[in-house]
Write a protein that binds this ligand. Sequence first.
Ligand code: IPD
Ligand code: CA
Ligand code: CA
Length: 274
Amino acid sequence: MHSEPADFTELEAFAVDLARAAGEVILPLFRADIDSENKARAGERYDPVTAADRASESVIRKRIGERYPEHGVLGEEFGADRTDQEFVWVIDPIDGTRAFMAGLPLWTTLIALRHRGQPIIGLIAQPYLGEVFVGGPNGSRLLKGDAETRLRTRACPLLTDAVIATTDPNLFDGAETGAFAQVRAAARLARFGCDAYAYAMVAMGRIDLVIESGLKAWDYEPLIPVVEGAGGYVRNWRGDDVDGSGQIVAAGDARCLDEALTSLRRSALRQSAS
Ligand code: IPD
Ligand code: CA
Ligand code: CA
């Protein structure tokens, strides 16, 4: 059974409102002197969180609870609540907390709406730049001020012509490092430190390929409707639908994706993380 398109339009508008509400609580804390804590347990990589991450997720959860009390919520900072529901919101209140702490405007708020297990609406919002990249059944658009621009990935048939990105090449483990190095060696140029903003640039047709690993549901589910609604692809490193492996490759052109997968498949994990 499918919901009426009008429902999705309303839900998408609500998701945009959520991102704007998050921006209102985050922006006063951006480039301000606020503390951060390291959430990592012993032996884990540095994993910072700030008052801005918590304030953002709190306001998003509050608004969802007021408007759609029957919906489930999964958020990075405050966990899972009724995730067996038909509709579940998946939230990364600030993706790119490291960029946020460094004063770089590449952090974003990520919001997805899952319907029966599938992300059907997603958004990547950068309030300092005033940008909301939204994707769903109505396609992908960039909302900025009063302007609304359709998003389309660009053609890139050859990896040698590709602009690629990953947040930090040092975050790959074991064989992943070599797989990424092969793709990077073939590509035209690589950019680092973009977090989820890189996926928005795939949807906009500025970046051709993003390769990451170790991602959680709140890191990647919001990206899928944005990239796919613009004509792109989000896959795991085997080239299949995204699973819990955390290994993600996003591409604007299937031919470029296939070339990258030749290297990535060699170190593709079976589903493990959630
Ligand atoms: C991080 C970003 C980054 C990815 C890391 C994540 P956070 O999220 O998504 O791009 O490479 O694995 O932890 O912690 O800034 O929300
Ligand atoms: Ca994240
Ligand atoms: Ca985060």
